[in-house]
Design a protein around this ligand. Structure first.
Ligand SMILES: C[S@@+](CC[C@H](N)C(=O)[O-])C[C@H]1O[C@@H](n2cnc3c(N)ncnc32)[C@H](O)[C@@H]1O
Length: 333
């Protein structure tokens, strides 16, 4: 059940304070139940995704009212070498030749943009095992952050900066170079517990590769194998506390593979699980959750029938969150 809380109320739930070795961070002030909308806020600095480049970021910043410019300039800044080279190519100037303020604006954009920059959310640190899921709510025009598990008071709130295919520790660390830190979260820490968790993450990475491959082969046998992989992934994710978007994807895969294999009853069961995760990750009022709830209802009706399924179900089966194509397979339904 999601509790719709806007960021104007967020001060009751969360606080921004120093986080050991990570600069500032966001912490739970009280126990926060799973599904709580912890933050819901409009962009502070927004740049259209279309033709987005350094110049557009700078123009958007200059168009902000002064108080917002000040808020933006107080955020954490970091520019990785690769980012600087990209900017040089875009603006046709060496990084050092770019005016200091512009360099600062761009160096703040780089580590803080969750698609756009959000004032409060820009203080959330990374974990490979996050307790928040973020997503854009197109009707509210807000970025929302939901608790994916029950979060005890005093805990730091985290998101995953990377993904969706997280890979092993080395691959994750390679991606995190763009933020300029070495991750020491519960999965990355060099302890026996961290190593055990890392083993499971590595296993998930290999299972995902297997799932994509089997789905590509697109025979009844390979779909059955892919289904068993998706089920295995979901079981590992649940037991490891990987409860965010990744778990939704595993349930989604299991559901649509059951559909392709003609098992509407099991497809409906998996879709219900997918819906439950989507709702606590993005809120029941998110358009994608409303659509998914409709798919679950339609699947429920389709369970006892041999009639061709509704177009919404076909659309749901085609949606892929991984690098594979299931479209052709839908003729099997
Ligand atoms: C979006 S900001 C997060 C808020 C930031 N800590 C601050 O003080 O404003 C991203 C930056 O936070 C730091 N950071 C985030 N997650 C971290 C982690 N798990 N360990 C160490 N530093 C982290 C890095 O410096 C990164 O570039």
């Amino acid at each position: 059940m999601s509790h719709q809380i806007d960021s104007k109320d967020a001060s009751d739930l969360i606080e921004v304070r120093a986080s050991d070795g990570k600069g500032l961070g966001v912490f739970a002030k009280c126990d926060i139940p799973q599904g709580t909308r912890v933050i819901s806020e409009p962009p502070l600095l927004e740049v259209s995704l279309e033709d987005r480049d350094a110049n557009k970021i700078l123009v958007a910043f200059k168009q902000l009212p002064l108080p917002q410019q000040e808020q933006y300039l107080a955020l954490h800044a970091y520019a990785a070498e690769g980012f600087k080279r990209g900017i040089e190519a875009e603006v046709g100037q060496l990084w050092e030749e770019i005016p200091e303020l512009d360099r600062k604006v761009l160096s703040i954009w780089a580590p803080n943009a969750f698609i756009n920059v959000f004032l409060l959310a820009a203080r959330i640190n990374h974990s490979c095992l996050p307790n928040l899921q973020y997503g854009w709510h197109p009707e509210l025009k807000h970025q929302t952050f939901h608790a994916v598990c029950d979060i005890p008071a005093g805990t730091e709130l985290t998101v995953s900066y990377i993904g969706p295919i997280n890979g092993n520790k080395m691959q994750r660390q390679e991606e995190l170079k763009d933020w300029g830190f070495t991750c020491s979260c519960v999965v990355c820490e060099d302890t026996p517990e961290g190593k055990e968790k890392e083993k499971k993450f590595d296993q998930l990475f290999h299972l995902e590769t297997e799932l994509v491959l089997e789905t590509h082969i697109a025979t009844e046998g390979s779909f059955k194998r892919a289904l068993s992989v998706a089920q295995k992934m979901a079981a590992i994710q649940k037991s490891e506390g990987i409860l965010h978007r990744e778990l939704r994807i595993a349930y989604h895969d299991a559901g649509r593979l059951c559909m392709v294999l003609g098992n509407r009853k099991m497809a409906c069961l998996w879709a219900k699980k997918e819906l439950e995760v989507a709702q606590y990750c993005f809120g029941e009022d998110h358009p994608a959750c409303k659509e998914l709830a409709m798919v679950v209802d339609l699947l429920q009706e389709a369970m006892e029938s041999n009639e061709p399924v509704n177009e919404c179900i076909v659309k749901w089966c085609i949606i892929t969150h991984r690098n594979e194509i299931l479209e052709d397979s839908c003729k099997l339904m």
